[in-house]
Ligand binder design. Structure first.
Ligand code: NAD
Length: 508
């Protein structure tokens, strides 16, 4: 998930330093509405826990319909008053850049909050997640005063021009696996375009998001233009989805919940729904390759980075039978190296799974794979149990066929399934035989095979001779049940803007 807009922060602390900082943090725990901290009107809360220890961190406001109504009313008022959308683009840009600077100034604290609530390694939240958020916000801010409208050629007697206008009130509903980066992919274009945005973080990853949002006001972003509603998906998330005064939803999460948002839209005001959902991405290695060491590293990071909790993880290794064993021997060495550790240790590369229920689901798939006749070559064990947290070692299943559940369903854990094939045609057929279409990759020395595969693979992103290389200026999203619409790049503005056609007749 490395983003080349990321600014790599130097290692500022060791394990003791991070532990010490953790004792000094104040933990935000209420929704952020209209510039104020807001407890749920019902008074209810839910517990935020550290997945690496199982310990409670704090109680967070469990907002529901009443709180969502309040947030939407504030958002609408701000939009109608034009406090934000009528600012010149250069002014919105300046304020968003100031906000990005403020986030950078608090980078350690924000990265630590994210590590504490998600179990992601601190070395990654400091070098990838917080810089990814900041880089994304800066990139969209910089774009704002460089986007031009169009004119339609209709002859001498009229002028027809086309402009983009903000859609109105946008709800961004995001998951826990990259909470800050993905929030940035929504906020950059949605807020930048002049909308009033209500951000709904996943209940597992609320704290860092609240800290980030509360920095926006001092940067000059009106308090009604960016709010954070905390709460459970089926309460706060559903209330946003069904609200008649929300104009658009930018959703990232599971395919199951993405489909619910389509229903919410149909049952309410036909709000626009952008969906970034699940994946089961194929990673093809042909026999025409010459650097198996390098490929093994990409296979390993492609599937195990972020504990395997990555939407576009390369979970299906589709490898030519002629080189399979040689490649797997090397991938296994990476599995050995990527053993879970304390997320607060800067040397840790593999952190905790998000929560015990999710770890149980992953362990269930590991059992399912064995029951289906796949061969567990390595890993798939619960470790560090005395920490109180939930950790699973990187796992490799060999002898998998593409009809097994472990090859078809999104496991969202550190589990690589290996499918042997004979030749490129079979590889492409297996790769496309999936309900998903988020990412896909192919390694080959034959340029024509690389091109052929790039055209044939039904996925939003195809990597040739790499995996997960990315930039904020490259669109990201899925074919099939991986979603609709695109995050990142200028195309993301499509989700959050209306096209306005103005026709002026000159000969009247
Ligand atoms: P999830 O679908 O459970 O939750 C996502 C968001 O939806 C959260 O904010 C949650 O609170 C909310 N939600 C849950 N139930 C809801 C309901 N009934 N009504 C309204 N809102 C509800 O997903 P998750 O477990 O947080 O994240 C993991 C999933 O996200 C995986 O499937 C992964 O592939 C996907 N994902 C996709 C992308 C992408 O860009 N395509 C990126 C990251 C994650």
């Amino acid at each position: 998930m490395a983003d080349d807009t990321a600014i790599l922060t130097p290692r500022t602390r060791d394990l003791d330093g991070w532990r010490e900082l953790a004792t000094q943090l104040s933990l935000p725990c209420r929704a952020y509405l209209g510039g104020d901290w807001h407890s749920a009107e019902s008074g209810r809360t839910f517990t935020a826990r550290n997945p690496a220890t199982g310990e409670p961190l704090t109680e967070v406001a469990a907002c529901d319909t009443a709180d969502v109504d309040r947030a939407v009313a504030i958002a609408r008022r701000t939009f109608e008053a034009g406090e934000w959308r009528n600012q010149p683009p250069a002014e919105r840009k300046a304020r968003m850049l100031a906000w990005a600077d403020a986030i950078t100034a608090h980078a350690d604290e924000i990265a630590l909050l994210e590590t504490l609530e998600t179990g992601k390694p601190i070395g990654q939240t400091t070098s990838v997640d917080v810089p990814g958020l900041v880089g994304g916000l800066r990139w969209y801010a910089e774009a704002l005063d460089k986007l031009y409208g169009e004119t339609a050629p209709n002859g001498a007697s009229s002028v027809c021009f086309i402009e983009r206008e903000p859609v109105g009130v946008v709800a961004a509903v995001v998951p826990w696996n990259y909470p800050l980066i993905i929030a940035g992919w929504k906020l950059g274009p949605a807020l930048g375009a002049g909308n009033s945005v209500i951000l709904k973080p996943a209940e597992q990853s609320t704290l860092a998001t609240l800290r980030v949002a509360a920095l926006a006001r001092n940067a000059g972003i009106p308090s009604g233009a960016l709010q954070v509603i905390t709460g459970l998906g089926h309460e706060a998330g559903q209330a946003l989805g069904l609200h008649d005064d929300v104009d658009a939803i930018g959703f990232t999460g599971s395919t199951e919940i993405g489909k619910k948002f389509l229903e919410y839209s149909a049952r309410s005001n036909m709000k626009r729904i952008g969906l970034e959902c699940g994946g089961k991405s194929p990673h093809i290695v042909t026999r025409d390759v010459d650097d198996l060491d390098r490929i093994a590293m990409y296979v390993a990071y492609g599937v195990w980075y972020n504990q395997g909790e990555t939407c576009h993880a390369g979970t299906r290794l589709i490898v030519d039978r002629a080189i399979k064993d040689e490649l797997l021997a090397r991938v296994r060495q990476w599995a050995d190296r990527l053993q879970p550790g304390d997320p607060l240790d800067p040397d840790t590369q593999m952190g905790a799974m998000i929560e015990p229920e999710h770890a149980d689901k992953v362990m269930g798939y590991l059992q399912q794979g064995r029951d289906e006749g796949a061969r567990l070559l390595f890993g798939g064990e619960r470790v560090r149990q005395d920490s109180g947290g939930v950790f699973i070692t990187p796992a490799i299943f060999d002898d998998v066929t593409n009809d097994m559940r472990i090859a078809r369903e999104e496991i969202f854990g550190p589990v690589l399934v290996v499918i042997a094939v004979d030749g490129l045609d079979e590889a492409l057929e297996v790769a496309n035989d999936t309900d998903y279409g988020l990412g896909a990759a192919i390694w080959t020395q034959r340029m024509s095979d690389g091109h052929r595969a790039a055209r044939a693979l039904r996925a939003g992103t195809v990597w040739v001779n790499c995996y997960d290389h990315t930039s904020i200026n490259a669109p990201f999203g899925g074919y099939k049940q991986s979603g609709q619409g695109r995050d990142k790049s200028l195309h993301a503005f499509d989700k959050y803007t209306e096209l306005k056609t103005t026709w002026i007749e000159l000969d009247t």
